[in-house]
Write a protein that binds this ligand. Structure first.
Ligand SMILES: *[C@@H]1O[C@H](CO)[C@@H](O)[C@H](O)[C@H]1NC(C)=O
Ligand SMILES: *[C@@H]1O[C@H](CO)[C@@H](O)[C@H](O)[C@H]1NC(C)=O
Ligand SMILES: *[C@@H]1O[C@H](CO)[C@@H](O)[C@H](O)[C@H]1NC(C)=O
Ligand SMILES: *[C@@H]1O[C@H](CO)[C@@H](O)[C@H](O)[C@H]1NC(C)=O
Ligand SMILES: *[C@@H]1O[C@H](CO)[C@@H](O)[C@H](O)[C@H]1NC(C)=O
Ligand SMILES: *[C@@H]1O[C@H](CO)[C@@H](O)[C@H](O)[C@H]1NC(C)=O
Length: 613
């Protein structure tokens, strides 16, 4: 979104009117280059970068306080979700911060008319050649390449004048190598047990009216009917489809193939047939909306993640409207230094887009991507977490996959800070305190944590659980966390869902796909239906879940109490009664959640009518 004339005028006045404040440069941001990335060459000086300058937000603490109050059923502000304008008022930077940054840019030859702003003006975006950015930040950029072929133009350290340190929260792209990766695909592609469509009939469930979990669920093929029966949504008829939207993210060139969605619906949800044409795929920063896959994409399994996410979401939450954000950036590496890579930071690009949308936002957003937290500088992480808090404050339940063991895998768990010390490797942004992190289970009656290489218990080492419990035991905000991303204070996942051997269609055939990539859209679809019922009952939507969840909402979740996960060369974390970092509070029980939120079934013999209490 572009700047208003007012701010331009303000900026220009102060720039031309006052004397420049000068102070010496000092390092503001510094972060080690993550494991698996290496520098190639100096970045070409004329390579264009889209620089994003994050300004210190005026009153993030105020926003955070509101978020926790509005998400706490015991508070009188409960359900009082903010509008976009309310949020902008909280986070708008001070005039002092804004003026100081504008003066600095002007002094370096950056003209006011070249600047773009987010609606709250907490981010400034400028297109500049590498040479100009190097001058501005007193640094040198290199082209880096990762082991898995991603490229980035980055610098591990950057500086700004000392007097700007309090006004600038982060500048990117600099030291963040974060590029969200899909959580489920790699190993699944190696399974090579893909079925032809002709075999589907074997996995079709018996008619739902008589079905029990034992009759419809089998770990070899977890069908939509199994999920809907297990979590109790199968006999619910949505009532607010025109007032409620669920959304999901695609990154990394992931796609959603409508002809595959059609096959899925035909086979598993025939009454929803046609919905394959109804969902919106919104392209952000060149994000793909492709409907056909070329040979390379088929080989890479492109679309397995995207298809898993949209099929699971539609399958469960239909006819709730689905919106898909497809964000570009991070193309495959072309090993030619003159063919420079896209330097955009796809994650910030997506956040900027979604936070600029008018109200109402989707009531649930499902994201099955994340990256090794070690690749994320703290200044950047804080800004991303704060942006996620804005989504929560506007009433969105933001769900992230807790991650698979790819980054907490055996033999990989060492720090990248030069010490090479043993550590568990947390995943970002699922480690953010303002979102709900979804882990994985498998088996039925009882469900247990998904095992070994599908382990989901990636968490921060040392005392995380205690800090978390005391944090949420207190109502409202504790100063300890206000505005800060504290990796020692956050255990995850918060909740879980089935995550093994989901049956989805890809390239026209039925495939088993696993991971927290599967549990996240499944749980998101269920929560979208909860919102559907809440809207119909005239009640506020769920919004940010955790204060409610940790304050008693967990009673509506099926506690997972046996089994353990693995990873990082340990025996893993056992599931126990109550909260545990293998499965969080457990898996959702749709009817129990509604009952806890005061929406009850009217007649004892069915779901035909609803109390609107
Ligand atoms: C689960 O499905 C597989 C494959 O169709 C079958 O061999 C197995 O017997 C089923 N298990 C149960 C408990 O029904
Ligand atoms: C999951 O599916 C794979 C591939 O079909 C199969 O080999 C495996 O046994 C299944 N896992 C379980 C626990 O049923
Ligand atoms: C396949 O499609 C991708 C994404 O559009 C593109 O980057 C790639 O070059 C294509 N590959 C071939 C062999 O056409
Ligand atoms: C995709 O489908 C086409 C057409 O059925 C088939 O020839 C091809 O082998 C499939 N590729 C993969 C990777 O499944
Ligand atoms: C870190 O320590 C492990 C275990 O001793 C070793 O295998 C690995 O090579 C070390 N990595 C680095 C970068 O030194
Ligand atoms: C995880 O996968 C690795 C390699 O694929 C394997 O060596 C290891 O045994 C697996 N872990 C468990 C607990 O099965």
């Amino acid at each position: 979104m572009l700047v208003s004339a007012l701010l331009l005028a303000l900026g220009a006045t102060s720039v031309l009117g006052g004397p420049f404040i000068r102070s010496t440069y000092a390092v503001k941001g510094s972060h080690p280059v993550p494991k698996g990335w290496r520098a190639l060459d100096r970045a070409p000086q004329d390579h264009k970068m889209e620089l994003r300058i994050g300004l210190t937000q005026g009153d993030f603490k105020g926003l955070e306080k509101h978020l926790f109050e509005a998400s706490n059923p015991k508070h009188n502000k409960y359900g009082n979700h903010l509008t976009a304008d309310d949020v902008y008022k909280f986070i708008k930077p001070s005039h002092e911060a804004s003026n100081a940054v504008h003066e600095w840019l002007y002094e370096h030859g950056v003209l006011p008319e070249d600047l773009e702003y987010t609606p709250a003006k907490d981010w400034i975006k400028i297109n500049l050649p590498v040479s100009a950015v190097e001058d501005l930040l007193d640094t040198q950029y290199h082209t880096y390449v990762s082991e898995d072929g991603r490229t980035a133009v980055r610098t591990p350290q950057w500086s700004v004048p000392r007097h700007l340190h309090e006004h600038v929260s982060t500048i990117q792209p600099t030291s963040s190598f974060f590029g969200p990766r899909a959580q489920a695909r790699m190993e699944e592609r190696k399974l090579e047990v893909f079925m032809d469509t002709e075999d589907v009939a074997e996995y079709l469930p018996p008619p739902p009216d008589a079905a029990t979990v034992a009759e419809v669920c089998n770990t070899t093929w977890v069908t939509l009917t199994c999920l809907r029966t297990l979590y109790g949504t199968i006999d619910y008829t949505p009532q607010s489809a025109d007032k409620n939207t669920v959304a999901m993210n695609d990154f990394l060139g992931e796609v959603n193939i409508r002809s595959d969605t059609k096959l899925y619906l035909q086979n598993f949800r025939p009454e929803a047939l046609g919905a394959e044409n109804d969902y919106q795929i919104i392209s952000i920063d060149g994000g793909t909306t492709d409907q056909t896959l070329n040979e390379t994409q088929l080989e890479d399994g492109t679309g397995i993640e995207g298809n898993l996410d949209d099929q699971t979401l539609i399958g469960i939450s239909w006819p709730t409207a689905l919106e898909i954000y497809s964000t570009g950036g991070s193309p495959p590496f072309i090993p030619d230094i003159t063919t420079t890579s896209n330097t955009n930071e796809p994650y910030l690009t997506w956040l900027e887009y979604v936070l600029s949308l008018p109200d109402p936002l989707p009531s649930v957003i499902s994201t099955s991507y994340g990256d090794d937290e070690q690749t994320v500088p703290k200044d950047y992480a804080v800004q991303v977490c704060n942006a996620l808090a804005q989504l929560g404050a506007r009433g969105v339940s933001v769900l992230f996959a807790s991650g698979d063991s790819g980054v907490g895998g055996s033999g990989e768990c060492y720090t990248n800070d030069g010490r090479n010390a043993s550590t568990f490797l947390p995943n970002f942004p699922t480690s953010s305190p303002y979102i709900t992190s979804v882990g994985g289970t498998y088996k039925f009656n009882p469900e247990v944590p998904v095992f070994c290489n599908r382990s989901t218990g990636l968490y921060t080492a040392g005392g995380g659980v205690d800090a978390l419990k005391s944090y949420f035991a207190a109502t409202g905000v504790t100063d300890e966390f206000a505005g800060l991303f504290n990796p020692n204070g956050r255990a995850y996942p918060d909740i879980s869902g089935q995550s093994l051997n989901f049956t989805i269609f890809w390239n026209g055939t039925l495939r088993p796909v696993s991971g927290t990539s599967a549990s996240t859209p499944a749980v998101s679809g269920i929560l979208a239906l909860v919102n559907d019922a809440l809207v119909a009952a005239g009640k506020p939507t769920l919004g940010f879940l955790n204060p409610w969840l940790y304050g008693g909402g967990y009673k509506a979740f099926n506690d997972v109490t046996t089994g353990s996960n693995f990873g990082c060369d340990t025996e893993g974390i056992p599931a126990v009664e109550g909260y545990d970092i293998a499965t969080g509070w457990g898996t959702p029980n749709f009817k129990e959640i509604l009952a806890l939120r005061g929406v009850h079934v009217a007649s004892p013999d069915g779901w035909g009518s609803w109390n609107r209490s």
